[in-house]
Structures are given as C-alpha cells and as structure tokens.
Design a protein. Structure first.
Length: 283
C-alpha cells in the first residue's frame, strides 16, 4: 500500500504536478467562495472561455512559448473582465447580457483563429482540457507568484468583498467604492483562471471555482470556514485526481474535477441523511 502512494513521487513531473494541483486548488477555492456567494458561476465559465483568442495569438506570436501563452491569456482575460463591466455600466445592460455578448464574441474569435492555423490546434487542446503533468518549474513559480498575489489581495479586501456580497445596500451607505471593488474581484477571477489553465483547462475551469466552494457551503455557514473547507477539498481533489490519472491513464484535469464532483455528491447525500434523521428524531 505504501508503495502505491510513493511510486508516483519518483518522477519529477508528478511532484511538480502535485504542487501545482494543491496551489491551484487553494487559489480557486478561495476566489470561488465569492463566485458562489455572488452567483457569478456563469461569469466564471464565460471568462474562462474568452481567453481562447489570447491563447491562439500567444501561440502564434510566441511560437509555442508558455510564457507568451500565459501573458496573452492573462491580458485577454483581464480585458474581457473589464469589457463586461464597462458594457454593463455604460450601456445599462444586464450583467448576464454583457457576459453573453463578450463570451460569444471572444470564443468565436478564438475558434476562428485556431481553425485558420491548424498546425497549433493540437497543442492548444492541452489548454482546453488541462495538462498538469507538463508543468515545468518556471510554470510553477509563475503560478505561485500570481496565485499568492490573488490570495494577498483577497485577504486585504476581505471585509469589503464580504460586505458587498452579503449587504450591498450597507456597502453603499458606507460609501465603499463598489464599482472599483467589483472590478478588482473580476480581475482576480480572471487571474485565477489563467493561473489554473494548465491544471484543469478552459473546459473544466468553472468546476474548480464552483464545486469546492459549493461543497464547503454544505458543511458550514461561516465564511472563513467555507474558504478553509473549500481549499482542503480542492487540494485533496487535486492530489487524488493525479493518482487516478497516473494509475488509470485518464486525463488529469478530468480526474481532478470528477473527484471534486464525487466529494460534492457524498457531502450532499450525507447532509440529506442527517437532516432527515434530525426531522425523524424531532417527531
């Protein structure tokens, strides 16, 4: 049994993959808590897909350089996030309408770019579905820097983000810069998505933002504990998912997300059973 657990660690790429999975899981869980609280699941999903043209252009200009891909994806994600907020405020559109417009336009542009230059479409598929086992040391360092920056900003503005999430009327009464704080939050979501790209990919990104936080919300109602539980669940799912990927030869991103989803189902069933038992005991 011990050999089963230790065998993957004889490979350097598995060690880097494990570290990346834990790092990305924690960052996604913390940011995802606010995504769940504010009902921004569609926003997260749309933003994950809007970076596709950035990946295509980054690949074309950088010749496959991961650094170029990262920076172009980051720039595209931030631009998309700002554009959604601008459309919503300046044109008085509903936020979901603005999200739909930017999402459809950017995703279509990305598909057009990929389809026009077939030579790199296969390589970009790694970013659609994740390729955590290909994480290099430089990728890990870059993810740690930007992931750490996201966590620091979440900590610094924790009270403001919490107040805006639970009581926007009181936030307005206290004259908090709601628009700027909303913009900061969507930029942090954008950075988190780009940091997580290589782990689970664009197609599965929203699951890492939503599922751990949703699972944690079934365990506790206190926001700090939700973040803590979400981080533990996400990191655990990343590690178990990598073991499943190693031993059963399945896509690492899919294995991580499936593990996370299974935990959500188990917690949901356990909560339902406990509530039923409490109702029966009360009667």
């Amino acid at each position: 049994m011990l050999e089963v657990f230790l065998q993957p660690f004889q490979y350097a790429f598995m060690m880097r993959g494990m570290l990346a999975a834990i790092l990305v899981g924690v960052v996604c869980a913390v940011v995802g808590t606010f995504v769940v609280l504010r009902g921004m699941a569609f926003f997260g999903d749309a933003l994950a897909h809007t970076i596709l043209p950035g990946l295509a252009v980054g690949y074309l200009i950088g010749g496959g350089s991961r650094e170029a891909l990262f920076w172009w994806a980051l720039g595209t994600a931030v631009l998309s996030a700002v554009s959604i907020g601008t459309l919503s405020r300046k044109l008085h559109l509903k936020e979901d309408t603005a999200i739909g417009i930017i999402f459809a336009g950017m995703f279509a542009l990305g598909v057009a770019l990929i389809s026009s230059v077939r030579s790199y479409s296969v390589d970009l598929a790694h970013f659609l579905f994740g390729d955590i086992l290909a994480v290099r040391t430089s990728d890990l360092v870059r993810s740690a820097i930007f992931g750490g920056l996201v966590l620091i900003l979440i900590y610094a503005f924790y009270k403001e983000f919490t107040l805006l999430s639970f009581d926007p009327v009181l936030a307005a009464t206290l004259r908090l810069p709601a628009s700027l704080l909303d913009l900061l939050l969507v930029i942090l979501i954008a950075v988190t998505i780009v940091v997580s790209l290589q782990t689970v990919g664009v197609a599965l990104m929203v699951a890492m933002l939503i599922t751990p936080a949703a699972t944690a919300s079934l365990l506790t109602r206190r926001l700090p504990l939700i973040m803590l539980w979400a981080a533990v669940i996400a990191a655990f799912s990343g590690v178990i998912g990598l073991y499943l990927s190693y031993y059963f030869n399945v896509a690492s991103g899919a294995a991580i997300v499936l593990t996370c989803t299974l935990i959500f189902i188990l917690v949901s069933v356990m909560r339902a059973v406990r509530e039923r038992f409490m109702r029966v005991s009360a009667t």
